[in-house]
Ligand binder design. Structure first.
Ligand SMILES: Cc1ncc(COP(=O)(O)O)c(C=O)c1O
Length: 380
């Protein structure tokens, strides 16, 4: 068998990209502030343009941004209803802020279930636990058509809605950017993300007062009235200038790169046809930036066989989104700040989805190779 390698990920910078990055890095070195300065402000300004009228705050990672927001909302000993199909980072942030994790399910399109959010809320009411926030997670830029209703629901109950938009940056829902359907949203610039600088994140706040106060949560919990005093429990969540410069350069080249990710997703959709799995189509009115391409296998066993097939054929299977939901993670279930709930759709998604490579550097030949292997997949 010819073993052709298709890498899991293969980020590349052109000569022109490198020149821009070098110029930005030189400026960082000339200024020598190294953190939370000109390039953080430039990166925030670029985000303000995309996410208006939201105001943006650069931070050291999405995990840090989520923690700053949950600390700011003050979820301590209060319930946070959170989509269970997410990275452990979301639950780390809630737990760091002292919140009680109450997971909710996905709907039949595998996005946040409005119905289950309401059921999770009712459960908290029955158990006498105050709900402070709902956290939806825009997995691979897929957003629920119910997000506006979810926001109205939260508003009517006096709850803050948070979008974990680590995977959703530059995705569109109902002609608006994902990340603008909530009170707070958080992007990630971690290496594999659609805009990347290794480590970094961005918080977006809808309300100007929240924005002003959140800025201090990035800065050790500084007091607004008395700047030499620190009156909130928080941390050092500032972004380094070199990371901000790289994130800015990557944001500036993101349009054609996201276009390519969408093209690749469409190629898989068109090329691949099987009785064993299906391409997961975009939800209604949603144009994801395709952090991932997602397929759904008929069952867990078929998914395992596809994993083996990819390995045999030298194809890197990218990280899942996600294989283990947070309501099965030891750190979460061993905590007394957790309420277990039945989440059938989440379980189904976690057990059956898989994600063939999708990144801008992939060649058409590589996509055809992966598609061909998927089309030839059979159960021996
Ligand atoms: C849904 C989700 N939330 C949060 C994070 C954490 O992002 P960061 O690595 O920037 O802290 C990730 C990263 O993969 C993610 O996928």
């Amino acid at each position: 068998m010819t073993s052709k390698k298709v890498r899991i990920f293969n980020i590349k910078y052109s000569q022109k990209d490198k020149e821009v990055i070098n110029e930005y890095f030189n400026q960082v070195l000339e200024e020598a502030f190294l953190t939370n300065h000109t390039f953080c402000r430039k990166l925030e300004a670029a985000h303000n343009d995309i996410y208006q009228p939201y105001a943006s705050i650069a931070c050291s990672s999405a995990t840090a941004g989520l923690e700053a927001v949950f600390r700011y909302i003050n979820v301590k000993s209060k319930a946070v209803l959170v989509q269970a199909n997410t990275f452990i980072a979301t639950s780390h942030a809630i737990q760091a802020a002292g919140g009680v994790i109450v997971p909710f399910d996905l709907d039949d399109n595998y996005v946040a279930s409005y119905k289950d959010i309401q059921l999770a809320y009712d459960k908290c009411q029955e158990d006498g636990i105050e709900v402070k926030a709902v956290c939806v997670v825009n997995i691979s830029g897929r957003g629920s058509k119910d997000l506006l209703d979810i926001y109205d629901f939260c508003n009517s109950k006096g709850i803050k809605l948070v979008e974990d938009n680590a995977q959703g940056m530059l995705s569109i829902l109902k002609n608006k950017p994902l990340g603008t359907f909530s009170d707070f949203s958080i992007d990630s610039f971690q290496t594999t993300k659609v805009v990347a600088c290794g480590e970094g994140g961005m918080i977006h706040a809808k309300d100007k007062t929240d924005f002003e106060l959140l800025k201090n949560m990035i800065f050790y919990g500084k007091s607004k009235e008395q700047p030499l005093f620190f009156d909130r429990v928080s941390g050092n969540f500032k972004l380094s200038e070199l990371n901000a410069a790289l994130a800015l350069a990557d944001l500036e080249r993101s349009e054609p790169r996201i276009k390519r990710r969408r093209e690749i997703d469409e190629m898989y959709n068109k090329n691949v046809c099987s009785i064993h799995f299906r391409h997961l189509d975009n939800p209604e009115d949603n144009l994801p930036s395709n952090y991932k391409t997602i397929f759904i296998a008929k069952n867990k066993e078929i998914r395992s066989l596809i994993e083996k097939d990819f390995k045999t054929n030298g194809i890197g299977m990218t990280g899942y989104v996600y294989k283990i939901p947070i309501n099965q993670q030891p750190r979460v279930i061993s905590s007394d700040k957790f309420i277990q709930r039945d989440l059938p759709n989440t379980l189904k998604f976690c057990n059956t989805h898989f994600t063939p490579p999708n990144y801008p550097e992939l060649t058409n030949e590589e996509i055809e190779y992966v598609s061909d292997k998927l089309n030839k997949f059979s159960i021996k």
